[in-house]
Write a protein that binds this ligand. Sequence first.
Ligand code: GDP
Length: 205
Amino acid sequence: EIGRRLFAGPAEFYWATAKIDGLPPMQDMEIAFAGRSNVGKSSLVNALTGRNTLARTSNTPGRTQQLNFFRIGPEWGQFSLVDMPGYGFAAVGKEKVAAWTRLIQDYLRGRASLARVYVLIDSRHGVKQIDTNVLDGLDRAAVSYQVILTKADALKKSELEARIAAIRQSLLRRPAAFPQVLATSSRSGAGVEEVRAAVVQLMRE
Ligand code: GDP
């Protein structure tokens, strides 16, 4: 209930930047969503907010390599949802990858208002090398992060449980990781409320 109210307030896209000197001023608490291209990030953001417009904005060509900021305003205070550009898209050239890496690293290092990064992992594929690189970067930058599995509907219950257990185990060695793994499906709605509850918890800390 409180989770639903969290995302029930007004939500607006207010800032996009591909350059680190173009970030919005640090005001609200920020929570960021990251993941490989096609992981289901737009779908999850839409499921969380109950809106189809937010993440579509991010998928507008030209905005995909940018950090996109949305302001969400529940009645007891607002926060920013930061949609990070998807990584690991094969068709993107080396130069773009380097630019992406620099933007993300600079953002993650200098952002006191960033409360947590949610790293989305496709349930079917598990943690790939490029995800490992991102988790390493978050550990180095000492940015609190948590793993959210997407497309949980695509696995059998036993497969999903094994996936969750293996990832949780690997996260125990990671200094900046919050070891609880959340499993979600934008298709069935499973786990969406748990993500909202996790964000509410963060806002109360
Ligand atoms: P993004 O590139 O990370 O923003 O990913 P999208 O949200 O655009 O989703 C990528 C693809 O995964 C699309 O074909 C979606 O239909 C599919 N997808 C997204 N969420 C789910 C889910 O919960 N279950 C399943 N089975 N497929 C999903």
